[in-house]
Write a protein that binds this ligand. Structure first.
Ligand SMILES: Cc1cc2nc3c(=O)[nH]c(=O)nc-3n(C[C@H](O)[C@H](O)[C@H](O)COP(=O)(O)O)c2cc1C
Length: 389
């Protein structure tokens, strides 16, 4: 079972991820993880803190001579902005944060909650997700995340493959697929910042090259759509998750929602096994299992809750009305959220891949993957029992 946990506070000494159940024998590219960590800190609209820190991953365990061992992998990202011991508590809880609710729940301080609730923690979720992405690449599976809406402005997705889309996204200041609109979004974000306001948006993640059968229909907590929804919803500030047509499917008749099935023997060697779907409204999942089509997941991110022109709140001690506290904050973190959502989706898909093809070693996984593809294509008779008494 491939899984992970994280630890660490926003201004604490370091953030940690413990990745358990990762197969042995995969070469780890730390630099590729660092590239994604840098992308998480970027995108137009981020605050000063992102310029203070340059995140880098330190692999503390589970890797020897560049390859995974099959033992737990501990990933560390040092906080260069460590100052937790010196920080004071907040006096006025911020609406939209866990400040007040957490302080009541834990009978403690606001600082004690916000330090862990902060999205700084996602640095190590990205590190774990990018490790997972490297595993997916071993099976020809590729992921991409990008922004499809920002501050209420929709951005259409042009046709094209992942490589083409990655190039467009990397030329965009907000990590969308329309770099020619850079100035429009810079102006939109600057305008919100000048008004002391913040902006949200919508992210889309696509996973291509998936085999059939990751996840299962057989038990509710092993359905891949459910696992993805939980992982995405558990990212700070995400308030909605859609797969494929998502909410739009509820508004259309069945004939316009479901994806017809055709078969092209010439494409039987592909991940789709030749079962071609002219549309992909299901977003690559039927009955909680991948169906050979690209996985398409969308997430809605709310605007940042820390406002330079704060909303009404109270003084936590006196309970007297007072504007909420302002702490250094982003105006728009929608681009960064795209990096995070891609990472958490990649991790869930990799976990389902390990579940289907066994997780001890990469060599074994590949052999079982190839065998499954052969059996599913039905171009080889099922294996006979080896017998034994
Ligand atoms: C990439 C990213 C960066 C964020 N940066 C900030 C920030 O600078 N200031 C802030 O108030 N909230 C920020 N948030 C959102 C809060 O962490 C989040 O809204 C808060 O913890 C409450 O959780 P909830 O929105 O999931 O209910 C950020 C979220 C993400 C995904």
């Amino acid at each position: 079972m491939l899984r992970y946990w994280t630890a660490g506070e926003s201004h604490g000494k370091a953030l940690l991820a413990l990745v358990d159940g990762f197969p042995a024998g995969m070469e780890v590219d730390e630099q590729a993880i660092n590239v994604e960590l840098a992308r998480r800190q970027g995108g137009y609209g981020r605050g000063k803190r992102q310029q203070l820190e340059t995140d880098a991953v330190d692999v503390l365990s589970g890797v020897w001579q560049g390859k995974t061992l099959g033992s737990p992998i501990a990933l560390q990202v040092i906080n260069r902005d460590y100052k937790l011991e010196r920080l004071k508590d907040l006096e006025r809880p911020r609406p939209g944060h866990g400040d007040m609710t957490g302080a009541i729940k834990y009978l403690g301080s606001i600082r004690g909650v916000l330090e862990r609730a902060s999205a700084r923690e996602t640095a190590v979720r990205v590190a774990a997700g990018m490790l997972a992405k490297q595993l997916l690449a071993q099976f020809g599976i590729d992921t991409i995340g990008y922004v499809t809406e920002l501050g209420g402005v929709k951005i259409t997705t042009p046709s094209g493959d992942v490589a083409t889309h990655r190039k467009l996204r990397d030329d965009s200041v907000i990590y969308c697929l329309a770099p020619e609109r850079n100035q429009e979004f810079i102006d939109l974000i600057d305008d919100a910042g000048e008004r002391g306001d913040t902006l949200g948006g919508v992210l889309e993640v696509r996973v291509e090259g998936l085999p059939f059968g990751l996840g299962t229909h057989a038990q509710w907590d092993r359905k891949l759509d459910g696992r993805i929804a939980q992982a995405v919803m558990a990212v700070q500030a995400i308030k909605g998750v859609e797969i494929g047509l998502g909410f739009e499917a509820a508004r259309l008749p069945g004939s316009q929602v479901h994806d017809p099935i055709t078969f092209d023997p010439a494409r039987a060697g592909e991940a789709s096994l030749g079962y071609i779907r002219p549309s992909n409204n299901a977003g690559g999942l039927e009955a909680g299992m991948t169906n050979g089509q690209p996985l398409v997941v969308r997430a809605a991110k709310k605007p940042i809750a820390t406002l330079r022109k704060p909303l009404e709140s109270i003084n936590w001690e006196t309970k007297q009305p007072h504007r909420a506290q302002y702490e250094r904050s982003d105006v728009c973190a929608v681009p960064a959220a795209g990096v995070i959502i891609e990472a958490v989706v990649a991790f869930e898909v990799a976990a389902a891949l390990v579940e289907k093809f066994g997780g001890d070693s990469l060599i074994e996984m590949k052999a079982r993957y190839d065998l499954f593809q052969q059996l599913a294509r039905r171009d080889q008779p099922p294996i006979e029992s080896t017998g034994g008494s």
